[in-house]
Write a protein that binds this ligand. Structure first.
Ligand code: ARG
Length: 274
């Protein structure tokens, strides 16, 4: 057994921002998972979402909530509306016209909570593509957020922003292909990235927990870690086993209904970092 295998991981309590799936539906298709003609069990979706909130609270996390707005079926995916680092809020500008109306609701929530919101000039889908690692921002591009927005975020935060190119449309947001475990490590699915971006990740994280194709298709990379507990899709079994070997504690939460919209645990969760 290695030293990492026996390490006791320390959780840090988080503040999350979410949005109840009151108006959740699959009405349009803006990623390969979405089929407007396939049924979604809205009642089950609400129950699954509530179990995620219960799991967060049971593990000591604070959960705040934005009022859901009618006519915005993807508004439940709170991660896409902003990225907050050091109390500074970098808002969103959605790629799809169908989602553009979500930003103002989140901006209003932040303003009422006493934050100023920077509105990006170029397409930027919040934590979907801008992932804070504890030291710098890993930034996805290729399908949604632009390189221009990466530059804008670097200027805004004054933290390095490292651009990574996504190449598989199933993994159209960085948070579907990679998640942060703690300040030192990440987990990701290499095939979702261009060869150069894969090499960057290998240099930055030689000890990363790599996921299989099955894990990735089960939304296993759309996980949330508090440094010890990893809230993860139950079908990402191989990944959960690897995390367990590394001393993390997988907490399975099934959001199968949201996968029909191309979203999972992380998509439903924005972190407010004061
Ligand atoms: N239907 C939404 C979209 O395609 C899903 C967003 C998922 N969110 C995420 N953070 N990956 O925009």
């Amino acid at each position: 057994m290695t030293a990492t295998a026996t390490a006791t991981r320390t959780p840090r309590s988080r503040r999350f921002l979410v949005c109840e799936p009151t108006h959740f539906a699959v009405r349009y298709a803006i990623n390969p998972w979405m089929r407007p003609d396939a049924p979604v069990d809205v009642g089950l979706a609400r129950e699954q979402w509530r179990s995620l909130i219960r799991a967060y609270r049971a593990h000591g996390h604070t959960v705040d909530s934005v009022e859901p707005a009618p006519g915005l079926p993807d508004m439940v995916f709170a991660a896409n509306s902003a990225v907050v680092v050091g109390g500074r809020v970098f808002g969103s500008l959605f790629h799809a016209p169908e989602r553009r109306g979500e930003s103002v609701h989140y901006d209003t929530w932040f303003q009422a909570a006493g934050y100023e919101v920077h509105r990006p000039r170029s397409v930027c889908e919040g934590e979907g593509d801008l992932v804070w690692t504890g030291r710098y921002v890993l930034a996805g591009t290729g399908f949604r957020t632009t390189r221009e927005a990466h530059r804008e975020a670097q200027e805004f935060f004054g933290h390095p922003v490292i651009s990574l190119t996504l190449v598989d449309p199933h993994f159209y947001h960085l948070d579907t292909a990679l998640f942060v475990l703690d300040d030192d490590n990440v987990s990701y699915y290499p095939e979702a990235f261009s060869p150069g971006s894969r090499a960057v990740l290998a240099r930055l994280y030689p000890d990363a927990v790599l996921a299989t194709r099955d894990d990735a298709f089960a939304f296993g990379l759309n996980s949330v870690s508090d440094g010890r507990h990893v809230f993860i899709a139950p079908r990402a079994e191989a990944l959960a086993a690897r995390l367990d070997e590394r001393g993390y504690v997988p907490v399975p939460v099934d959001l199968s209904e949201f996968q029909k919209a191309g979203g999972g645990i992380k998509c439903c969760t924005q972190e407010i970092r004061s």
